[in-house]
Write a protein that binds this ligand. Structure first.
Ligand SMILES: C[S@@+](CC[C@H](N)C(=O)[O-])C[C@H]1O[C@@H](n2cnc3c(N)ncnc32)[C@H](O)[C@@H]1O
Length: 257
């Protein structure tokens, strides 16, 4: 291990900054926009470092990322795994995730193309895959963890619930859903995030008429009703948004479906 690695391993913030560069690097081969976007999103969104610092994907072998965009979560987890295997990992963090496969499902073909181009080695090695599909129709297969970051609110409430029910079926006993939502009861920060989201998503080629949001308590009620054990964690540090990460666990032993 080099001195730099030791330094970064001791300081989680310095380590996370290095990991951003490492995870963004493959996007150079997908073009300048993809690379700059990767650096900005991985470094600016607290979810990426937060998932690692809280150990939320530790021990999960099959990970499904719904609404994966250009595959940033896959690249992030691959970079984390590679760093840890080289002996560079913050001592204060739980063990690095060691996924066997990260599968992304994404509506926009141009994002899937960027993911495939950037992560072509991981795709060729069977470590990652990306499918262009609508989450409302896609086959979710089987997974140990499902991640849905800022995606469900693009479809109407009934369709959201259908996705969640199919996620519940796809998850193995003991599996986890990491669902980030905007809390519609979150006041001004929620309004800001909704406005930014609507503008950015329209610029990226979506034809939206509205976003379908609900208060945190309603999300918790719905997930609990589907048999998840739900814990809410704030996930908008350093941003002006009202985002919450719902950690929804499937019981180890299911008594009913
Ligand atoms: C705000 S971005 C979040 C991207 C990624 N989850 C992240 O956190 O970096 C939302 C993503 O969901 C995708 N999306 C929206 N509706 C979808 C649908 N019906 N099926 C699959 N993906 C969808 C969008 O194209 C976009 O890439």
């Amino acid at each position: 291990m080099t001195d730099d690695n030791n330094k970064n391993s001791a300081d989680p913030k310095a380590f996370a900054r290095q990991l951003v560069l490492r995870a963004a690097e493959p996007y150079r081969q997908a073009g300048s926009y993809a690379w700059h976007f990767a650096k900005g999103k991985l470094g600016g969104d607290p979810a990426f470092a937060g998932l690692l610092a809280r150990g939320l994907l530790t021990g999960r072998r099959r990970i499904l990322d719904i609404g994966c965009g250009q595959g940033l979560l896959s690249s992030w987890l691959l970079a984390a795994q590679a760093s840890a295997s080289q002996g560079s990992w913050p001592a204060a963090w739980p063990a690095a995730p060691q996924p066997e496969h990260v599968r992304g499902v994404e509506l926009m073909q141009h994002d899937v193309d960027r993911a495939d181009r950037a992560l072509r080695e991981a795709v060729a090695a069977g470590r990652a895959s990306f499918a262009c599909a609508d989450m409302c129709k896609a086959d979710f297969g089987q997974a140990d963890a499902v991640v849905i970051l800022d995606v469900l609110h693009y479809v109407p409430i009934a369709a959201q619930d259908d996705v969640l029910r199919r996620v519940r079926t796809a998850l193995a006993p003991g599996g986890v859903l990491l669902l980030r939502i905007g809390d519609a009861a979150g006041g001004l920060p929620f309004k800001i995030s909704n406005w930014v989201d609507f503008v950015v998503t329209t610029l990226r080629g979506h034809r939206l008429t509205q976003l379908y949001c609900r208060p945190l308590a309603e999300w918790q009620r719905v997930l609990t009703g589907m048999g998840f054990a739900v814990q809410a964690q704030p996930m908008s540090e350093g941003t002006p948004f009202a985002n919450v990460l719902l950690v929804a666990r499937v019981p180890e032993r299911q008594t009913s479906d």
